[in-house]
Write a protein that binds this ligand. Sequence first.
Ligand code: NCD
Ligand code: ZN
Length: 445
Amino acid sequence: MPARRRSDEGENLSETTPEWILAGRAFVRGRLQPVEIAIDRVGRIQSIGKIRTGAPRRDVGDAVILPAATDLHVHFREPGGSAEVESIATGTLGAALGGVTLVGDMPNTAPAVTDADLLEEKARRVAGRAAVDVLLYASPSRPQALDRLARVAGAFKVYLSSTTGIPEAPTLDAVGELLSRLAEFDLPVAVHAEDPAEFRSDLLPRNPIDWDSARPPRAEKAAIARLLPPPPRLRLHVAHVTTTDGAERLRAAGVSFEATPHHLLLSERTGRDARFKVNPPLRSEGERKTLWEAFRRGEVPCLASDHAPHSSESKALPFARAPSGMPGVETMLPLLLAQVRKGQLDLSTLVAAACERPARWLGQPLGRIAPGHRANLIVVDFTARTRLSGQALHAPCGWTAFEGWDAVLPREHYRDGERIVENGEFVGRPSGKVLRPEYATGASG
Ligand code: NCD
Ligand code: ZN
C-alpha cells in the first residue's frame, strides 16, 4: 500500500479522488469477482468497479480480497488476568493476524465490568495498545449502575450460569425481567445460555465426555426455552449454541446466535485432557456433525471464537479442577478458510457468518465490501497452507486445541485502508479504538 498522503485540499476531494486502489478478485455482492476497490482518504470504501484514475494501485494477483472478520466473543482477561495468559495487546495482535478486525471483549474479568467507571477504566487500557478495534461488553449485574453503564458500554453480556469471574447468575425466573429492562437501552445483549438446574454435580468429571454429561445439552435447551420469545426491541444474541435443537428454536424465533469453531470441528472424543474442557462442553460426534451441517447450510447466523485462554499449568490440573475455556481468536477464520479450501464450506456462507452478520449485530459499517463501509479488508492466498502450532500462535498461553490442524492465514490485513498485516507479520500501529454500535444512544464510535 502506498504511504498515506497528507493533503490540504478540500473535503470534496475524498469523494472524487481515491487515495489508492486495491485490485483483484474480491468478495462483492455475494460472490468472487475481479474488481477494483477505491479507498478514500479516511479509509472508507468509496466505489467498486473499473476505476479510471492515476491513484496508486495495488493488485493482489491470484489471492482473494475478503472483508475482515468480527469476533463478537473474546476474553482478553484485563483487568485482573495474567499477561502470561492474555492481554488486550496480545489478544488484539492475534486477532489482527487471524483476519479479525473487531473484537467484542467480555466483562467477566477481575473485577467484572459492572459499572461505568470500570468500563471507562477498561477503555483506557485499549488506548495505544490495541492492534484492532474493541467493543466492550458490560455485565448488568448491578441494577443501580445500569443507566450510566448503558451510556458507555458497547453491549451487555448476561450469564445464566456462574463462570470464570461471574460467581452469581440471575435465577432463570428473574431473566425475563432483566431482559425487559435491558430492552430499554439501544444495545446488543448476548446471553450465555446454560441452565444450572440441569447440571449434574454428583459426578466427578475426568474427561470431556464426563463434562458433556455434567453440563448436558438439555441445560442449553432449558435456558434457550426461557429466553423465548424475547421482549420486543431487544437485540438478543445467544452465545456458543452447541445443539441443532437450540439452533432451530432460535432461528424460528428470529434470534441471533453464534457457533464456535470448537463446537463445529471438535467433539467430546477429540482429546481427553483439560485443554478440551470448555463451557458449554464439546458434544458427541453426532451432535457436532449435525451442527456443522446446519452451519454449512447457512443456518447459523454468526461464527465467534469464545477465545478464553488459560495457562498450560492450570490446564494440567486434574480435569475436575481445571478451568474451562480455550484460545481461538487467531485461529477462527484460518480454520474455517481451510474448510473452504477443502471444499467443505462455501466461501459465501463463511463470509456471512464471520464478517457480515456479527458486524451488523454490533452496529458497525464493517464486514462487507460495499461503498461507505470501512476498508477493513484481508487478502487470502488459498494456496498457502499453515499447520497450526500453539507455540507459533500469538496468545501467550502457548497452546491450541487445534494443534496440527490445517489453516489458511490471511496474507494481508488492512484497517481503514492502512496495511496492518503483511506476509503474516503485524506492521501496523496499536491504534485500535473502543467502538459502540452506531445505533446506540450517544454513540461516537
Ligand atoms: C470462559 C472463560 O474462561 O472466561 N470459559 C469458557 O469455557 N467459555 C467463560 C465463559 O464464557 O463461560
Ligand atoms: Zn465466553
